[in-house]
Design a protein around this ligand. Structure first.
Ligand SMILES: Nc1ncnc2c1ncn2[C@@H]1O[C@H](COP(=O)(O)OP(=O)(O)O)[C@@H](O)[C@H]1O
Ligand SMILES: [Mg+2]
Length: 329
């Protein structure tokens, strides 16, 4: 399940400052997408716009047949129930136990009796591995646990869409690995549409079906992970390889001449071939863990991955049928 989100020609400004313009993409139902971008490029603004907390100047966001940019506040309130959002810092109430934090949306938005609230809260706490920590206060637990508590809270209303704002920020690499596995397992279990904003390249290579990149007020690219990971587009390659050389600089933008020179030095200019992309091959996608039942789409992903990573089965470029011998594979 999960629902598709179709964004077309979206532009967001604050006063005279254009944050991004003409952003178009489709988040396919039930799939995991990652949005990458240097800090300050408006990734959080994008998430807030998707849930209707910020109004775009132009464009549309179509969810379940409705353009949510045109909705009145009370209809928007209904649409927001489709969303679960994991904010950057977990956004937990500091004086409330984890149990009460996670129960909060249920008590706000439903009329479930307390025993039903309890059943749901404990089910979600179990999903994210927090059983036993019900009485803890947010200040008494690690950053990783706070993220998981935020995630449990994002899950309690059984959302069709889950938005993650930098779920991996501030976590050590081991906790990031656990969180990534948790995200993939959850997607297989609840099959909602996921959008993860991050600048962690390693996670972006492992976790999603689709990757997008925001840079200089534009969506540079959005598409299936294999397209982005093998892309020749300089910004995409610089970002995915975490290099200093390329269009992205410390102060966000470099002048064109410098970029040209750096790319030439790297031998990755437009004229040269695909040297480095093949040196950093496609990372295999993270699959759901052994105990997790996989819906049919995961079978398809597993098969596609197996094909992508079989060395002898490299896709050959289409060739014209000529008199030359072509069957060397
Ligand atoms: N409510 C707001 N009012 C004015 N400017 C804002 C507001 N929210 C964000 N911005 C600006 O939008 C830009 C993008 O911010 P943000 O989405 O937080 O970037 P990212 O999440 O990619 O690091 C920043 O320059 C920020 O100052
Ligand atoms: Mg942000």
């Amino acid at each position: 399940m999960g629902v598709e989100i179709c964004v077309e020609g979206l532009t967001k400004s604050f006063g005279h400052q254009v944050i991004w313009q003409d952003v178009s993409l489709t988040l396919p139902a039930g799939e995991v997408s990652v949005m990458l971008g240097p800090s300050g490029t408006g990734k959080s603004v994008f998430l807030k716009t998707l849930v209707g907390l910020l109004k775009p100047e132009r464009g549309s966001i179509t969810i379940a047949g409705q353009d949510i940019t045109k909705l009145r506040e009370r209809d928007l309130y209904e649409v927001r129930k489709l969303f679960g959002v994991l904010f950057q810092d977990g956004a937990l109430f500091g004086s409330m136990s984890l149990y009460d934090n996670i129960a909060f949306p249920l008590r706000e938005h439903t009329r479930h009796p307390e025993n039903e609230v309890r059943r749901i809260v404990l089910e979600k706490m179990d999903m994210v591995g927090l059983i036993g920590a019900e009485d803890k206060l947010p200040g008494e637990i690690s950053g990783g646990m706070r993220k998981r508590a935020g995630l449990a809270r994002a899950l309690v209303l059984d959302p069709e869409i889950i938005l993650f704002d930098e779920p991996d920020s501030g976590l050590d690499p081991v906790r990031v690995a656990y969180l990534n596995q948790l995200i993939v397992d959850l997607n297989a279990q609840i099959d909602a549409t996921f959008l993860i904003v991050t600048h962690d390249i390693a996670s972006a290579r492992l976790v999603p079906d689709n990757i997008g990149l925001l840079f200089r007020r534009e969506l540079v690219m959005f598409g299936p992970r294999q397209e982005l990971l093998t892309s020749d587009e300089p910004v995409v390659r610089q970002f995915l390889h975490g290099r200093m050389q390329g269009p992205i600089g410390m102060a966000e933008e470099k002048d064109a001449a410098q970029v040209e020179q750096e790319l030439a030095e790297l031998g990755t200019g437009a004229s040269t071939g695909d040297g480095e992309a093949s040196a950093a091959p496609m990372t295999p996608r993270l699959l759901p863990g052994p105990g997790v039942t996989r819906p049919p789409r995961w079978q398809a992903i597993a098969e596609r991955e197996a094909e992508l990573h079989q060395p002898q089965k490299k896709p050959e470029p289409e060739r014209e049928p000529e008199q030359k011998e072509v069957t060397d594979a």
